[in-house]
Design a protein around this ligand. Structure first.
Ligand SMILES: Nc1ncnc2c1ncn2[C@@H]1O[C@H](COP(=O)(O)OP(=O)(O)OP(=O)(O)O)[C@@H](O)[C@H]1O
Ligand SMILES: [Mg+2]
Length: 591
Protein backbone atom coordinates (compact mmCIF):
# COMPACT_ATOMS: atom_id res chain seq x y z
CA UNK A 1 0.00 0.00 0.00
CA UNK A 2 2.67 2.47 1.16
CA UNK A 3 4.93 1.20 -1.60
CA UNK A 4 2.36 1.82 -4.35
CA UNK A 5 1.58 5.27 -2.93
CA UNK A 6 5.26 6.10 -2.94
CA UNK A 7 5.63 4.88 -6.50
CA UNK A 8 2.66 6.96 -7.63
CA UNK A 9 4.04 9.98 -5.86
CA UNK A 10 7.47 9.59 -7.42
CA UNK A 11 5.90 9.03 -10.86
CA UNK A 12 4.00 12.28 -10.49
CA UNK A 13 7.12 14.04 -9.32
CA UNK A 14 8.96 12.78 -12.36
CA UNK A 15 6.23 14.08 -14.65
CA UNK A 16 6.23 17.50 -13.01
CA UNK A 17 10.00 17.60 -13.25
CA UNK A 18 9.84 16.72 -16.92
CA UNK A 19 7.27 19.47 -17.40
CA UNK A 20 9.47 22.13 -15.82
CA UNK A 21 12.50 20.82 -17.64
CA UNK A 22 10.72 21.45 -20.95
CA UNK A 23 9.65 24.92 -19.88
CA UNK A 24 13.23 25.78 -18.94
CA UNK A 25 14.46 24.36 -22.24
CA UNK A 26 12.03 26.42 -24.29
CA UNK A 27 13.01 29.57 -22.41
CA UNK A 28 16.65 28.73 -23.02
CA UNK A 29 16.10 29.66 -26.67
CA UNK A 30 14.94 33.19 -25.82
CA UNK A 31 17.21 36.14 -26.60
CA UNK A 32 18.87 37.34 -23.39
CA UNK A 33 17.59 40.87 -23.12
CA UNK A 34 14.02 40.14 -24.23
CA UNK A 35 12.92 38.01 -21.30
CA UNK A 36 13.63 40.44 -18.41
CA UNK A 37 11.82 43.25 -20.24
CA UNK A 38 8.75 41.11 -20.90
CA UNK A 39 8.71 39.88 -17.30
CA UNK A 40 9.06 43.43 -15.94
CA UNK A 41 6.17 44.74 -18.00
CA UNK A 42 3.97 41.78 -17.11
CA UNK A 43 4.67 42.41 -13.43
CA UNK A 44 3.78 46.08 -13.77
CA UNK A 45 0.59 45.12 -15.62
CA UNK A 46 -0.40 42.68 -12.88
CA UNK A 47 0.10 45.33 -10.20
CA UNK A 48 -2.10 47.78 -12.14
CA UNK A 49 -4.78 45.15 -12.63
CA UNK A 50 -4.71 44.16 -8.97
CA UNK A 51 -4.92 47.78 -7.80
CA UNK A 52 -7.88 48.82 -9.97
CA UNK A 53 -10.69 47.25 -7.84
CA UNK A 54 -9.23 49.06 -4.80
CA UNK A 55 -9.85 52.38 -6.56
CA UNK A 56 -13.32 51.18 -7.50
CA UNK A 57 -14.07 50.36 -3.88
CA UNK A 58 -12.96 53.83 -2.81
CA UNK A 59 -15.11 55.45 -5.49
CA UNK A 60 -18.24 53.48 -4.54
CA UNK A 61 -17.80 54.08 -0.81
CA UNK A 62 -17.21 57.82 -1.23
CA UNK A 63 -20.19 58.06 -3.58
CA UNK A 64 -22.35 56.28 -1.01
CA UNK A 65 -21.11 58.76 1.61
CA UNK A 66 -21.68 61.68 -0.80
CA UNK A 67 -18.07 62.87 -0.49
CA UNK A 68 -18.03 64.41 -3.96
CA UNK A 69 -14.39 65.55 -4.04
CA UNK A 70 -12.87 62.29 -2.82
CA UNK A 71 -15.27 60.25 -4.97
CA UNK A 72 -14.17 62.09 -8.09
CA UNK A 73 -10.55 61.56 -7.14
CA UNK A 74 -11.10 57.80 -6.81
CA UNK A 75 -13.04 57.68 -10.07
CA UNK A 76 -10.17 59.47 -11.80
CA UNK A 77 -7.65 57.03 -10.28
CA UNK A 78 -9.85 54.12 -11.36
CA UNK A 79 -9.97 55.39 -14.94
CA UNK A 80 -6.22 56.05 -15.05
CA UNK A 81 -5.36 52.58 -13.69
CA UNK A 82 -7.76 50.86 -16.07
CA UNK A 83 -6.50 52.84 -19.07
CA UNK A 84 -2.83 52.35 -18.15
CA UNK A 85 -3.30 48.61 -18.02
CA UNK A 86 -5.57 48.18 -21.03
CA UNK A 87 -3.72 50.60 -23.29
CA UNK A 88 -0.17 51.18 -22.07
CA UNK A 89 1.22 48.01 -20.57
CA UNK A 90 -0.85 45.67 -22.76
CA UNK A 91 0.52 47.34 -25.91
CA UNK A 92 4.04 47.30 -24.53
CA UNK A 93 3.74 43.62 -23.63
CA UNK A 94 2.73 42.86 -27.22
CA UNK A 95 5.71 44.73 -28.57
CA UNK A 96 8.35 43.31 -26.26
CA UNK A 97 6.82 39.84 -26.48
CA UNK A 98 7.19 39.89 -30.27
CA UNK A 99 10.97 40.26 -29.84
CA UNK A 100 10.98 37.27 -27.52
CA UNK A 101 8.76 35.10 -29.71
CA UNK A 102 10.52 35.76 -33.01
CA UNK A 103 13.89 35.49 -31.29
CA UNK A 104 12.97 32.00 -30.11
CA UNK A 105 11.62 31.07 -33.55
CA UNK A 106 14.85 32.14 -35.21
CA UNK A 107 17.17 30.43 -32.73
CA UNK A 108 15.23 27.21 -32.69
CA UNK A 109 14.70 26.89 -36.46
CA UNK A 110 18.32 27.56 -37.31
CA UNK A 111 19.56 25.21 -34.57
CA UNK A 112 17.15 22.48 -35.67
CA UNK A 113 18.26 22.66 -39.31
CA UNK A 114 21.96 22.84 -38.40
CA UNK A 115 21.41 19.77 -36.28
CA UNK A 116 19.54 17.92 -39.02
CA UNK A 117 22.38 18.55 -41.45
CA UNK A 118 24.89 17.23 -38.92
CA UNK A 119 23.05 13.96 -38.25
CA UNK A 120 24.90 10.83 -39.37
CA UNK A 121 23.80 9.14 -42.60
CA UNK A 122 22.52 6.15 -40.63
CA UNK A 123 20.06 8.30 -38.66
CA UNK A 124 18.72 9.84 -41.86
CA UNK A 125 18.08 6.46 -43.42
CA UNK A 126 15.78 5.46 -40.56
CA UNK A 127 13.49 8.48 -40.97
CA UNK A 128 11.22 9.83 -43.65
CA UNK A 129 11.88 13.37 -44.83
CA UNK A 130 8.27 14.34 -44.15
CA UNK A 131 8.65 13.10 -40.60
CA UNK A 132 11.70 15.29 -40.01
CA UNK A 133 10.21 18.47 -41.45
CA UNK A 134 6.92 17.94 -39.61
CA UNK A 135 8.76 17.45 -36.33
CA UNK A 136 10.73 20.66 -36.88
CA UNK A 137 7.70 22.70 -37.98
CA UNK A 138 5.41 21.49 -35.23
CA UNK A 139 8.15 21.55 -32.59
CA UNK A 140 8.84 25.18 -33.33
CA UNK A 141 5.17 26.07 -33.07
CA UNK A 142 5.08 24.00 -29.89
CA UNK A 143 7.89 25.93 -28.26
CA UNK A 144 6.16 29.19 -29.14
CA UNK A 145 2.85 27.95 -27.69
CA UNK A 146 4.55 26.77 -24.52
CA UNK A 147 6.05 30.20 -24.00
CA UNK A 148 2.86 31.99 -24.83
CA UNK A 149 0.86 29.87 -22.41
CA UNK A 150 3.52 30.24 -19.76
CA UNK A 151 4.47 33.89 -20.03
CA UNK A 152 1.17 35.40 -21.11
CA UNK A 153 -1.17 32.90 -19.44
CA UNK A 154 0.20 31.16 -16.40
CA UNK A 155 2.61 33.80 -15.15
CA UNK A 156 0.15 36.76 -15.08
CA UNK A 157 -2.48 34.44 -13.59
CA UNK A 158 -0.16 33.40 -10.76
CA UNK A 159 1.03 36.97 -10.15
CA UNK A 160 -2.53 38.25 -10.01
CA UNK A 161 -3.64 35.42 -7.74
CA UNK A 162 -0.85 36.28 -5.30
CA UNK A 163 -1.48 40.02 -5.38
CA UNK A 164 -5.26 39.68 -5.15
CA UNK A 165 -4.91 37.10 -2.35
CA UNK A 166 -2.71 39.52 -0.40
CA UNK A 167 -5.11 42.43 -0.93
CA UNK A 168 -8.15 40.35 0.06
CA UNK A 169 -6.55 39.19 3.30
CA UNK A 170 -5.83 42.81 4.15
CA UNK A 171 -9.24 44.23 3.27
CA UNK A 172 -12.09 41.73 3.71
CA UNK A 173 -13.15 39.27 6.46
CA UNK A 174 -10.96 36.13 6.49
CA UNK A 175 -13.82 33.74 5.48
CA UNK A 176 -14.06 35.38 2.09
CA UNK A 177 -10.31 35.47 1.60
CA UNK A 178 -10.20 31.77 2.55
CA UNK A 179 -12.79 30.94 -0.13
CA UNK A 180 -10.47 32.62 -2.56
CA UNK A 181 -7.58 30.43 -1.41
CA UNK A 182 -9.76 27.30 -1.61
CA UNK A 183 -10.73 28.30 -5.11
CA UNK A 184 -7.12 28.78 -6.18
CA UNK A 185 -6.00 25.47 -4.67
CA UNK A 186 -8.88 23.56 -6.28
CA UNK A 187 -8.24 25.22 -9.53
CA UNK A 188 -4.53 24.42 -9.36
CA UNK A 189 -5.19 20.74 -8.66
CA UNK A 190 -7.67 20.40 -11.52
CA UNK A 191 -5.43 22.37 -13.85
CA UNK A 192 -2.46 20.12 -13.22
CA UNK A 193 -4.53 16.95 -13.49
CA UNK A 194 -5.99 18.10 -16.80
CA UNK A 195 -2.66 19.19 -18.13
CA UNK A 196 -1.17 15.72 -17.68
CA UNK A 197 -4.28 14.07 -19.12
CA UNK A 198 -4.39 16.37 -22.09
CA UNK A 199 -0.68 15.94 -22.74
CA UNK A 200 -1.11 12.19 -22.93
CA UNK A 201 -4.07 12.61 -25.28
CA UNK A 202 -2.21 15.05 -27.48
CA UNK A 203 0.83 12.81 -27.69
CA UNK A 204 -1.31 10.18 -29.42
CA UNK A 205 -2.89 12.71 -31.78
CA UNK A 206 0.45 14.25 -32.67
CA UNK A 207 2.11 10.95 -33.47
CA UNK A 208 -0.83 10.12 -35.77
CA UNK A 209 -0.33 13.52 -37.43
CA UNK A 210 3.37 12.95 -37.97
CA UNK A 211 2.78 9.50 -39.40
CA UNK A 212 0.16 10.79 -41.82
CA UNK A 213 2.22 13.71 -43.04
CA UNK A 214 5.33 11.53 -43.42
CA UNK A 215 3.31 9.19 -45.64
CA UNK A 216 1.89 12.06 -47.69
CA UNK A 217 5.29 13.76 -48.14
CA UNK A 218 6.89 10.49 -49.18
CA UNK A 219 4.13 10.03 -51.75
CA UNK A 220 4.57 13.56 -53.12
CA UNK A 221 8.35 13.05 -53.39
CA UNK A 222 7.80 9.81 -55.31
CA UNK A 223 4.98 11.13 -57.47
CA UNK A 224 6.67 10.01 -60.67
CA UNK A 225 7.07 6.40 -59.55
CA UNK A 226 3.47 6.40 -58.34
CA UNK A 227 2.27 7.56 -61.76
CA UNK A 228 4.47 5.06 -63.61
CA UNK A 229 3.08 2.17 -61.58
CA UNK A 230 -0.48 3.46 -61.55
CA UNK A 231 -0.42 3.33 -57.77
CA UNK A 232 -2.31 6.62 -57.26
CA UNK A 233 -5.51 5.07 -55.91
CA UNK A 234 -3.66 2.73 -53.58
CA UNK A 235 -1.67 5.63 -52.13
CA UNK A 236 -4.69 7.89 -51.85
CA UNK A 237 -6.40 5.15 -49.85
CA UNK A 238 -3.44 4.85 -47.52
CA UNK A 239 -3.25 8.63 -47.09
CA UNK A 240 -7.00 8.70 -46.38
CA UNK A 241 -6.62 6.02 -43.76
CA UNK A 242 -3.71 7.80 -42.06
CA UNK A 243 -5.49 11.15 -41.94
CA UNK A 244 -8.81 9.68 -40.84
CA UNK A 245 -7.05 7.99 -37.94
CA UNK A 246 -5.57 11.36 -37.00
CA UNK A 247 -9.00 13.02 -37.36
CA UNK A 248 -10.69 10.44 -35.10
CA UNK A 249 -8.06 10.81 -32.43
CA UNK A 250 -8.41 14.60 -32.42
CA UNK A 251 -12.19 14.36 -32.16
CA UNK A 252 -12.08 12.01 -29.20
CA UNK A 253 -9.41 14.21 -27.67
CA UNK A 254 -11.71 17.23 -28.03
CA UNK A 255 -14.42 15.30 -26.15
CA UNK A 256 -12.00 14.64 -23.33
CA UNK A 257 -10.92 18.27 -23.05
CA UNK A 258 -14.54 19.47 -23.07
CA UNK A 259 -15.14 17.31 -20.01
CA UNK A 260 -12.15 18.65 -18.14
CA UNK A 261 -12.99 22.25 -19.03
CA UNK A 262 -16.52 21.61 -17.74
CA UNK A 263 -15.12 20.54 -14.36
CA UNK A 264 -13.02 23.65 -14.10
CA UNK A 265 -15.95 25.89 -14.99
CA UNK A 266 -18.03 24.22 -12.27
CA UNK A 267 -15.40 24.88 -9.62
CA UNK A 268 -15.00 28.50 -10.72
CA UNK A 269 -18.72 29.17 -10.65
CA UNK A 270 -19.27 27.52 -7.29
CA UNK A 271 -16.53 29.50 -5.61
CA UNK A 272 -17.62 32.72 -7.27
CA UNK A 273 -21.22 32.14 -6.13
CA UNK A 274 -20.33 31.26 -2.56
CA UNK A 275 -17.93 34.20 -2.25
CA UNK A 276 -20.44 36.71 -3.56
CA UNK A 277 -23.21 35.28 -1.36
CA UNK A 278 -21.05 35.59 1.76
CA UNK A 279 -19.92 39.09 0.79
CA UNK A 280 -23.51 40.19 0.23
CA UNK A 281 -24.46 38.81 3.60
CA UNK A 282 -21.58 40.59 5.34
CA UNK A 283 -22.50 43.82 3.56
CA UNK A 284 -26.16 43.54 4.68
CA UNK A 285 -24.98 42.95 8.23
CA UNK A 286 -22.85 46.06 7.97
CA UNK A 287 -19.57 44.16 8.37
CA UNK A 288 -18.52 45.28 4.91
CA UNK A 289 -19.11 48.41 2.86
CA UNK A 290 -20.95 48.41 -0.50
CA UNK A 291 -17.62 49.39 -2.00
CA UNK A 292 -16.14 46.21 -0.47
CA UNK A 293 -18.84 44.13 -2.18
CA UNK A 294 -18.15 45.77 -5.54
CA UNK A 295 -14.42 45.17 -5.01
CA UNK A 296 -14.77 41.46 -4.18
CA UNK A 297 -17.01 40.96 -7.18
CA UNK A 298 -14.49 42.84 -9.36
CA UNK A 299 -11.64 40.63 -8.10
CA UNK A 300 -13.41 37.36 -8.82
CA UNK A 301 -14.45 38.69 -12.23
CA UNK A 302 -10.85 39.73 -12.90
CA UNK A 303 -9.72 36.22 -12.14
CA UNK A 304 -12.07 34.81 -14.73
CA UNK A 305 -10.10 36.55 -17.46
CA UNK A 306 -6.71 34.89 -16.86
CA UNK A 307 -8.50 31.68 -16.06
CA UNK A 308 -10.33 31.77 -19.36
CA UNK A 309 -6.98 32.29 -21.02
CA UNK A 310 -5.77 29.22 -19.20
CA UNK A 311 -8.77 27.25 -20.47
CA UNK A 312 -7.58 27.70 -24.02
CA UNK A 313 -4.03 27.90 -22.81
CA UNK A 314 -3.98 24.50 -21.17
CA UNK A 315 -4.69 22.82 -24.51
CA UNK A 316 -2.10 24.91 -26.29
CA UNK A 317 0.39 24.39 -23.47
CA UNK A 318 -0.10 20.63 -23.49
CA UNK A 319 0.00 20.42 -27.28
CA UNK A 320 3.00 22.69 -27.41
CA UNK A 321 4.86 20.63 -24.84
CA UNK A 322 4.23 17.43 -26.77
CA UNK A 323 5.37 18.91 -30.08
CA UNK A 324 8.34 20.59 -28.50
CA UNK A 325 9.30 17.33 -26.79
CA UNK A 326 9.40 15.63 -30.20
CA UNK A 327 11.70 18.34 -31.52
CA UNK A 328 13.94 18.10 -28.46
CA UNK A 329 14.10 14.35 -29.06
CA UNK A 330 15.36 15.03 -32.55
CA UNK A 331 17.79 17.66 -31.28
CA UNK A 332 19.22 15.17 -28.79
CA UNK A 333 20.00 12.59 -31.47
CA UNK A 334 23.78 12.44 -31.57
CA UNK A 335 25.41 14.26 -34.47
CA UNK A 336 28.51 13.14 -36.33
CA UNK A 337 31.56 13.44 -34.14
CA UNK A 338 33.69 16.33 -35.29
CA UNK A 339 36.69 15.34 -33.21
CA UNK A 340 40.15 15.04 -34.67
CA UNK A 341 42.44 17.11 -36.80
CA UNK A 342 40.43 19.55 -38.94
CA UNK A 343 42.93 19.58 -41.83
CA UNK A 344 44.77 16.91 -43.77
CA UNK A 345 48.47 17.72 -43.99
CA UNK A 346 50.08 18.28 -47.41
CA UNK A 347 48.25 18.98 -50.64
CA UNK A 348 49.34 16.40 -53.22
CA UNK A 349 47.47 13.24 -54.20
CA UNK A 350 46.64 10.96 -51.25
CA UNK A 351 47.65 7.38 -50.69
CA UNK A 352 44.77 5.23 -49.51
CA UNK A 353 44.99 1.99 -47.61
CA UNK A 354 42.34 -0.44 -46.34
CA UNK A 355 43.72 -2.75 -43.68
CA UNK A 356 41.53 -5.80 -42.96
CA UNK A 357 38.37 -3.71 -42.92
CA UNK A 358 35.15 -5.43 -41.86
CA UNK A 359 31.77 -3.72 -41.86
CA UNK A 360 28.08 -4.48 -41.52
CA UNK A 361 25.17 -2.03 -41.76
CA UNK A 362 23.20 -1.82 -38.50
CA UNK A 363 21.03 -4.91 -38.18
CA UNK A 364 22.43 -6.60 -41.31
CA UNK A 365 25.01 -9.28 -41.85
CA UNK A 366 28.57 -8.42 -42.88
CA UNK A 367 28.99 -6.65 -46.21
CA UNK A 368 32.77 -6.39 -46.01
CA UNK A 369 34.62 -9.24 -44.36
CA UNK A 370 38.26 -8.49 -44.65
CA UNK A 371 39.13 -5.93 -47.25
CA UNK A 372 42.77 -4.97 -47.65
CA UNK A 373 44.26 -2.98 -50.49
CA UNK A 374 46.53 -0.05 -51.08
CA UNK A 375 46.31 2.73 -53.66
CA UNK A 376 49.63 4.59 -54.05
CA UNK A 377 49.47 8.37 -54.53
CA UNK A 378 48.43 9.34 -58.04
CA UNK A 379 47.47 5.83 -59.16
CA UNK A 380 44.09 4.58 -60.36
CA UNK A 381 42.56 1.48 -58.82
CA UNK A 382 39.31 -0.07 -60.00
CA UNK A 383 36.82 -2.02 -57.90
CA UNK A 384 34.66 -4.55 -59.70
CA UNK A 385 32.28 -7.21 -58.50
CA UNK A 386 28.69 -8.35 -58.55
CA UNK A 387 25.85 -6.03 -57.64
CA UNK A 388 25.57 -5.85 -53.85
CA UNK A 389 29.18 -6.98 -53.39
CA UNK A 390 29.96 -3.90 -51.28
CA UNK A 391 31.72 -1.55 -53.71
CA UNK A 392 29.70 1.57 -52.86
CA UNK A 393 30.01 0.63 -49.21
CA UNK A 394 33.80 0.92 -49.56
CA UNK A 395 33.28 4.45 -50.95
CA UNK A 396 30.98 5.35 -48.02
CA UNK A 397 33.62 4.17 -45.55
CA UNK A 398 36.28 6.34 -47.23
CA UNK A 399 33.92 9.30 -46.82
CA UNK A 400 33.36 8.37 -43.17
CA UNK A 401 29.60 8.15 -43.68
CA UNK A 402 30.04 4.95 -41.67
CA UNK A 403 32.95 3.58 -39.64
CA UNK A 404 34.49 0.12 -40.05
CA UNK A 405 33.59 -2.42 -37.39
CA UNK A 406 37.10 -3.87 -37.52
CA UNK A 407 40.33 -2.92 -39.26
CA UNK A 408 41.33 0.59 -40.28
CA UNK A 409 41.52 2.95 -43.24
CA UNK A 410 44.56 5.16 -43.74
CA UNK A 411 45.21 8.24 -45.87
CA UNK A 412 48.85 9.15 -46.32
CA UNK A 413 49.59 6.56 -43.65
CA UNK A 414 47.35 8.14 -40.97
CA UNK A 415 44.13 6.48 -39.76
CA UNK A 416 41.18 8.48 -41.13
CA UNK A 417 39.44 8.65 -37.77
CA UNK A 418 42.31 10.86 -36.62
CA UNK A 419 40.75 13.58 -38.84
CA UNK A 420 37.31 15.15 -38.68
CA UNK A 421 34.84 13.84 -41.29
CA UNK A 422 34.80 17.36 -42.76
CA UNK A 423 38.60 17.32 -43.24
CA UNK A 424 38.44 13.99 -45.06
CA UNK A 425 35.50 15.04 -47.22
CA UNK A 426 37.19 18.32 -48.18
CA UNK A 427 40.04 16.37 -49.76
CA UNK A 428 37.96 13.85 -51.71
CA UNK A 429 35.42 14.19 -54.50
CA UNK A 430 32.87 11.60 -55.51
CA UNK A 431 30.70 11.04 -58.53
CA UNK A 432 28.04 9.02 -56.75
CA UNK A 433 26.15 6.08 -58.18
CA UNK A 434 22.87 7.98 -57.92
CA UNK A 435 23.13 11.67 -58.59
CA UNK A 436 20.57 13.82 -56.86
CA UNK A 437 20.68 17.53 -57.66
CA UNK A 438 19.43 20.61 -55.83
CA UNK A 439 16.38 22.34 -57.23
CA UNK A 440 18.59 25.14 -58.56
CA UNK A 441 20.53 26.16 -61.70
CA UNK A 442 23.11 23.91 -63.38
CA UNK A 443 25.77 26.50 -62.48
CA UNK A 444 24.77 26.41 -58.81
CA UNK A 445 24.74 22.62 -58.78
CA UNK A 446 28.28 22.49 -60.17
CA UNK A 447 29.66 25.48 -58.25
CA UNK A 448 28.38 23.89 -55.04
CA UNK A 449 31.61 21.83 -54.96
CA UNK A 450 33.72 24.96 -54.56
CA UNK A 451 31.83 28.20 -53.83
CA UNK A 452 34.89 30.35 -54.65
CA UNK A 453 35.30 28.90 -58.17
CA UNK A 454 35.36 31.45 -60.99
CA UNK A 455 33.02 31.35 -64.01
CA UNK A 456 35.97 30.29 -66.19
CA UNK A 457 36.69 27.33 -63.92
CA UNK A 458 33.04 26.27 -64.05
CA UNK A 459 33.13 26.52 -67.85
CA UNK A 460 36.23 24.35 -67.96
CA UNK A 461 34.60 21.70 -65.75
CA UNK A 462 31.51 21.83 -67.98
CA UNK A 463 33.66 21.16 -71.06
CA UNK A 464 35.61 18.31 -69.48
CA UNK A 465 32.38 16.66 -68.33
CA UNK A 466 31.02 16.86 -71.90
CA UNK A 467 28.19 19.19 -70.90
CA UNK A 468 29.03 22.01 -73.34
CA UNK A 469 26.69 20.90 -76.17
CA UNK A 470 23.77 20.64 -73.73
CA UNK A 471 24.45 24.05 -72.21
CA UNK A 472 24.58 25.61 -75.70
CA UNK A 473 21.21 24.08 -76.57
CA UNK A 474 19.44 25.29 -73.44
CA UNK A 475 17.87 28.76 -73.76
CA UNK A 476 19.00 29.68 -70.24
CA UNK A 477 22.37 27.91 -70.57
CA UNK A 478 24.09 27.35 -67.24
CA UNK A 479 21.29 29.19 -65.48
CA UNK A 480 18.74 26.50 -66.40
CA UNK A 481 16.90 25.21 -63.34
CA UNK A 482 17.19 21.43 -63.08
CA UNK A 483 13.91 20.80 -61.23
CA UNK A 484 13.26 18.84 -58.06
CA UNK A 485 16.23 16.49 -57.51
CA UNK A 486 17.38 17.24 -61.07
CA UNK A 487 14.42 15.55 -62.72
CA UNK A 488 14.43 17.97 -65.68
CA UNK A 489 17.73 16.50 -66.90
CA UNK A 490 18.26 13.10 -68.49
CA UNK A 491 20.08 10.43 -66.49
CA UNK A 492 23.29 10.92 -68.45
CA UNK A 493 23.08 14.72 -68.18
CA UNK A 494 22.65 14.51 -64.43
CA UNK A 495 25.64 12.22 -64.28
CA UNK A 496 27.73 14.70 -66.25
CA UNK A 497 26.71 17.51 -63.87
CA UNK A 498 28.01 15.29 -61.06
CA UNK A 499 31.26 14.73 -62.97
CA UNK A 500 31.71 18.47 -63.57
CA UNK A 501 31.07 19.09 -59.88
CA UNK A 502 33.71 16.56 -58.85
CA UNK A 503 36.26 17.95 -61.34
CA UNK A 504 35.67 21.50 -60.09
CA UNK A 505 36.48 20.41 -56.55
CA UNK A 506 40.09 19.61 -57.53
CA UNK A 507 40.33 16.82 -54.97
CA UNK A 508 43.33 14.83 -53.79
CA UNK A 509 41.38 11.62 -54.28
CA UNK A 510 38.65 10.88 -56.82
CA UNK A 511 35.97 8.29 -56.20
CA UNK A 512 34.03 7.48 -59.37
CA UNK A 513 31.15 5.16 -58.46
CA UNK A 514 29.62 4.08 -61.79
CA UNK A 515 30.40 7.62 -62.98
CA UNK A 516 29.66 6.93 -66.66
CA UNK A 517 27.11 4.13 -66.36
CA UNK A 518 24.27 6.22 -67.81
CA UNK A 519 26.19 7.38 -70.90
CA UNK A 520 26.22 5.95 -74.41
CA UNK A 521 29.50 4.30 -75.39
CA UNK A 522 30.74 7.19 -77.56
CA UNK A 523 30.09 9.84 -74.88
CA UNK A 524 31.54 7.53 -72.26
CA UNK A 525 34.75 7.19 -74.30
CA UNK A 526 35.17 10.99 -74.62
CA UNK A 527 34.48 11.62 -70.97
CA UNK A 528 36.71 8.81 -69.79
CA UNK A 529 39.52 10.33 -71.87
CA UNK A 530 38.82 13.74 -70.35
CA UNK A 531 38.65 12.23 -66.90
CA UNK A 532 41.92 10.37 -67.46
CA UNK A 533 43.54 13.71 -68.31
CA UNK A 534 41.93 15.48 -65.33
CA UNK A 535 42.68 12.74 -62.86
CA UNK A 536 46.21 12.12 -64.15
CA UNK A 537 48.38 12.34 -61.09
CA UNK A 538 45.36 12.31 -58.75
CA UNK A 539 44.65 9.15 -56.79
CA UNK A 540 41.49 7.61 -58.24
CA UNK A 541 39.13 4.83 -57.25
CA UNK A 542 36.88 3.71 -60.07
CA UNK A 543 33.88 1.48 -59.61
CA UNK A 544 32.19 0.09 -62.73
CA UNK A 545 30.16 -2.80 -64.02
CA UNK A 546 31.09 -2.04 -67.62
CA UNK A 547 34.62 -3.39 -67.53
CA UNK A 548 35.64 -1.44 -70.64
CA UNK A 549 35.39 1.68 -68.47
CA UNK A 550 38.09 0.52 -66.05
CA UNK A 551 40.41 -1.61 -68.11
CA UNK A 552 43.00 1.18 -68.17
CA UNK A 553 43.26 1.24 -64.35
CA UNK A 554 46.71 0.55 -62.90
CA UNK A 555 45.19 -2.13 -60.77
CA UNK A 556 41.85 -3.87 -60.62
CA UNK A 557 40.43 -5.40 -57.43
CA UNK A 558 37.70 -7.99 -57.76
CA UNK A 559 35.38 -7.95 -54.73
CA UNK A 560 33.35 -11.01 -53.90
CA UNK A 561 31.58 -11.93 -50.65
CA UNK A 562 33.23 -9.10 -48.75
CA UNK A 563 36.78 -9.94 -49.75
CA UNK A 564 39.27 -9.01 -52.45
CA UNK A 565 39.46 -12.25 -54.43
CA UNK A 566 41.61 -11.15 -57.38
CA UNK A 567 44.02 -8.33 -57.93
CA UNK A 568 46.13 -7.18 -60.89
CA UNK A 569 45.91 -5.21 -64.11
CA UNK A 570 43.57 -6.08 -66.97
CA UNK A 571 46.05 -8.25 -68.86
CA UNK A 572 47.19 -10.10 -65.74
CA UNK A 573 43.66 -10.85 -64.67
CA UNK A 574 42.74 -12.18 -68.10
CA UNK A 575 45.72 -14.54 -67.97
CA UNK A 576 44.68 -15.67 -64.51
CA UNK A 577 41.37 -16.78 -66.00
CA UNK A 578 39.38 -16.31 -62.78
CA UNK A 579 36.25 -14.33 -61.92
CA UNK A 580 37.41 -11.20 -63.76
CA UNK A 581 38.21 -13.09 -66.96
CA UNK A 582 34.78 -14.71 -66.67
CA UNK A 583 33.06 -11.32 -66.30
CA UNK A 584 35.08 -9.87 -69.18
CA UNK A 585 34.17 -12.71 -71.51
CA UNK A 586 30.51 -12.44 -70.55
CA UNK A 587 30.52 -8.72 -71.41
CA UNK A 588 32.53 -8.88 -74.62
CA UNK A 589 30.58 -11.84 -75.96
CA UNK A 590 27.31 -9.97 -75.42
CA UNK A 591 28.42 -6.85 -77.21
N1 LIG B 1 22.22 1.87 -45.71
C1 LIG B 1 22.18 0.55 -45.79
N2 LIG B 1 21.66 -0.18 -44.80
C2 LIG B 1 21.64 -1.52 -44.86
N3 LIG B 1 22.13 -2.23 -45.87
C3 LIG B 1 22.67 -1.56 -46.89
C4 LIG B 1 22.72 -0.15 -46.92
N4 LIG B 1 23.31 0.24 -48.06
C5 LIG B 1 23.61 -0.90 -48.73
N5 LIG B 1 23.23 -1.98 -48.03
C6 LIG B 1 23.45 -3.39 -48.40
O1 LIG B 1 24.85 -3.63 -48.44
C7 LIG B 1 25.20 -4.45 -49.52
C8 LIG B 1 26.29 -3.78 -50.35
O2 LIG B 1 25.79 -2.61 -50.92
P1 LIG B 1 26.65 -1.69 -51.90
O3 LIG B 1 25.84 -0.51 -52.22
O4 LIG B 1 27.97 -1.47 -51.30
O5 LIG B 1 26.78 -2.65 -53.16
P2 LIG B 1 27.51 -2.39 -54.54
O6 LIG B 1 28.63 -3.37 -54.63
O7 LIG B 1 27.85 -0.96 -54.68
O8 LIG B 1 26.36 -2.82 -55.53
P3 LIG B 1 25.96 -2.16 -56.95
O9 LIG B 1 26.95 -2.68 -57.94
O10 LIG B 1 24.61 -2.72 -57.18
O11 LIG B 1 26.01 -0.70 -56.80
C9 LIG B 1 23.92 -4.71 -50.29
O12 LIG B 1 23.51 -6.01 -49.97
C10 LIG B 1 22.93 -3.70 -49.77
O13 LIG B 1 21.65 -4.24 -49.69
MG1 LIG C 1 27.11 0.52 -55.76
Amino acid sequence: MMESLRRRFSDRLKKINEFFHLLRKSLGYAPRSALPIVLGVIFLDSVLIAATPLALRGAVNELAGHAAGLALGYVALYVVLEAASAGGTAAFINRSYARLEYGVRYMLTTQAYHHLLDLPQATYLTRKVGQLTTIVGKGLQGAVSVQQALIRGLLPAVLQVLLVGGILFGTVPPTIAIIFVVFVVFYGVIFRHNLLLIMAGQRECVSADIEASALATDAVINHETIKLFGAGTELSTRIDAAYSSSRDRWISYAGMTAKSFGQTALVTLTCFGVALYLTAEQTLRGAMTVGGFVMVSAYFLRLIEPIRFLFGGVGRLAGGLVDFQQLLGLLSEPVELETGDPVLPGNGPLTLEFDRVAFAYPGRENVLDEISFKVPAGRAVALVGASGAGKSTIARLIFRLYSPDRGAIFVDGVAIDRFTPAAIRAAIAIVPQDTVLFHDSIAANIGFARPDASAAEIDEAVCLAGLAPLIERLPDGLETIVGERGLKLSGGEKQRVAIARAILKRPRLFVLDEATSALDSATERTILDNLARTTAGVTTIMIAHRLSAIRAANEILVIDHGRVVEQGNHAELLVRDGLYAHMWRAQTEHS
